[in-house]
Design a protein around this ligand. Sequence first.
Ligand SMILES: NC(=O)c1ccc[n+]([C@@H]2O[C@H](COP(=O)([O-])OP(=O)(O)OC[C@H]3O[C@@H](n4cnc5c(N)ncnc54)[C@H](O)[C@@H]3O)[C@@H](O)[C@H]2O)c1
Ligand SMILES: Nc1ncnc2c1ncn2[C@@H]1O[C@H](COP(=O)(O)OP(=O)(O)OP(=O)(O)O)[C@@H](O)[C@H]1O
Length: 531
Amino acid sequence: MHKRENPMSPSNSTSTNVLTANASVSPEENGLIDSLSLLSSEKTVQELIQQPLVHGNDDHLFEFSEALRTVAKALRRVTEVKASAQAEACEWKRKYELERARNLLLEQKGGCFSELNVERAGNSVNKTESSDENSDQCELCSGKDDICAHEVLRDGETDSDSCAVPNKMTRKASFKLSWCFKGEKSDRHKHDIVSFGKGNITTAERSSKQISLKWESPPQTVLILTKPNSASVRLLCLEMVRWLKEQKKINIFVEPRVKAELLTESSYYSFVQTWIDENYLLLLHTKVDLIITLGGDGTVLWAASMFKGPVPPIVPFSLGSLGFMTPFYSEHYRENLNAILLGPISITLRHRLQCHIVRDAAKSEYENEGPMLVLNEVTIDRGISSFLTNLECYCDNSFVTRVQGDGLILSTTSGSTAYSLAAGGSMVHHQVPGILFTPICPHSLSFRPLILPEHVTLRVVVPLNSSRSGHAWVSFDGKNRKQLAPGDALVCSMAPWPVPTACQIDSTSDFLRSIHDGLHWNIRKTQSPQS
Ligand SMILES: NC(=O)c1ccc[n+]([C@@H]2O[C@H](COP(=O)([O-])OP(=O)(O)OC[C@H]3O[C@@H](n4cnc5c(N)ncnc54)[C@H](O)[C@@H]3O)[C@@H](O)[C@H]2O)c1
Ligand SMILES: Nc1ncnc2c1ncn2[C@@H]1O[C@H](COP(=O)(O)OP(=O)(O)OP(=O)(O)O)[C@@H](O)[C@H]1O
């Protein structure tokens, strides 16, 4: 007959663990306590269940061994239920992520397919086939040097309701983006940022290079956005609309206010398209190949704020006072637009920050606010309060600092020449990936501005105990001020949708020109040579 082993015998590994743990209690008690903690391991549970029953004179030992087996079985049932719940949760998560990825893909392809009945254009069979291949491989990447390509899209019959011009077939132009190196198209773009072959660490990419946009099909639809209340802007708009329509056969969208202005001028402009329902803006990026802004930096900010997702390339014409983001001169609009409609165009991808307000009083996630996208900066300040702000700042959950002063600016690199600069922050080239952390009038001699990497998530909390300063105020690109109550937080990270702006020359030349011309940066009379 098979000799059953005593589970408490030193030869048994489980019982060895059980018996050697705690010397201050009896072996039986000690074994039970430690066994319970060990039972959390699935292997241990299995081993205990498979233990043979104890046969011997010691009734206590027998009972103890039976109790252990019962506990082990119960724990195994719990583990099984938990595992199956986890598997189910994983499966739902996978389905959710698949569905989400599919929706994003559809959105990138051209908005809500089902709502708008957007189809791929059939004007070129080869082109459609090749874009199908690309979309299988990677929706956005189609070649070694290419960053992404748009597909040619066509509207169906059903989207006339919110648009002044009914059932007009408009196409989204197809384009390719590629990296350039010192003005040349480079075939050296690699996806590996760091390689460490043979133990030697080398880097291939440190920041994005100049990006070039090449049209694959001609752009056909342009959205013109204008600064309000300006006679010169209005005149230029009238002229530009006529020129684009008559010389370039371009479809034109304007804001409802501008359409009304154009019609007051002449009924000739009735071909210009607009929208009535603000929801139409959600799909505007699927219609528009280019955006032209006529105004100053504020008009570029306005243009960016209209697009909560992807943004078509912006061509900013300067009709303002400073024009950091507006490199094109309005006097030369014909030459500039001729060149841009033909392509290729050097573009700057201006990163945006996406911000959420997490309310302390919110009962569920849905009561929080966001995302709000900013091209320049998000500012948290003391508003009309005469007390210092008291803001706790965290970076990826690590405590950064407490801001005691007038407030804090979280800025993009595009915004580095705006409010952040005025508050003592550095000017940063737009292609340097980073988030600027700039205090406003900090009451501390040692508070210097920081630049943090672009992948971090920043959280600025108004502490619950901030009894003196109480509330703080948050504003987005200088607009949409909202109050933050004690306990509320602003959470901020890099948005996935940059604002592509056309360059006059290239990103670096335009940046340097803007700080020289706009700010007279480092202008000083040259010291005369010693005589
Ligand atoms: N003390 C300050 O410098 C201060 C205070 C408040 C707001 N602002 C800036 O104004 C911006 C809003 O601009 P607006 O045109 O709607 O308001 P606005 O008409 O009041 O213009 C503010 C000024 O900021 C300039 N500006 C805007 N963005 C810039 C940028 N990226 N680089 C350099 N200068 C820039 C504009 O050209 C304009 O001269 C905010 O995002 C903020 O950066 C600056
Ligand atoms: N299409 C628009 N609709 C409503 N407001 C707009 C529009 N375009 C611009 N604005 C607002 O008008 C204001 C002035 O615009 P903008 O900054 O372009 O002109 P500016 O002040 O003359 O130029 P600069 O900023 O170079 O000094 C800004 O606050 C901007 O947000």
